[in-house]
Design a binder for this molecule. Structure first.
Ligand code: FES
Length: 123
């Protein structure tokens, strides 16, 4: 699959994007991303979906539809210190997947300003 960054990943243009409802001075989260043979800490801005934070950081994160419908962006997000996330839309994962910290990166937003998360594609 050839990945190219979708044209529209800016805050406020997508009605399902939480960025417009997030204060612009909200402290970003940090995601420690494990991907193939690399691991890297990236900034995860408040209100921004995880997939776009990774792509903006130059990571070759997998994705397909970017709409929560295909599962190509599926990954594990483990929070530290009671930090939480939510998915804006999910038409792929069931409650058992979610209980195992599976999420759709294209739909996942941090709920915790300054939160720290481990993100893995090794599952
Ligand atoms: S890219 Fe299709 S569900 Fe995330």
């Amino acid at each position: 699959m050839t990945n190219s960054i979708p044209d529209d990943n800016s805050a406020g243009d997508d009605p399902a994007d939480d960025s417009a409802a997030t204060p612009s001075d909200a402290k970003p989260s940090t995601a420690h991303v494990f991907m193939e043979d690399t691991e890297e800490d990236i900034e995860w801005p408040a209100g921004k979906r995880l997939l776009y934070a990774m792509l903006d950081a130059g990571l070759d994160a997998p994705y397909g539809c970017t709409e929560g419908e295909c599962g190509a962006c599926q990954c594990v997000v483990e929070p530290h210190d009671n930090a939480t996330t939510h998915m804006v839309h999910n038409n792929v994962l069931d409650e058992y997947d979610i209980a195992d910290d599976m999420t759709l990166a294209c739909q996942t937003v941090s709920d915790t300003p300054g939160g720290k998360f481990d993100v893995s594609y090794d599952f």
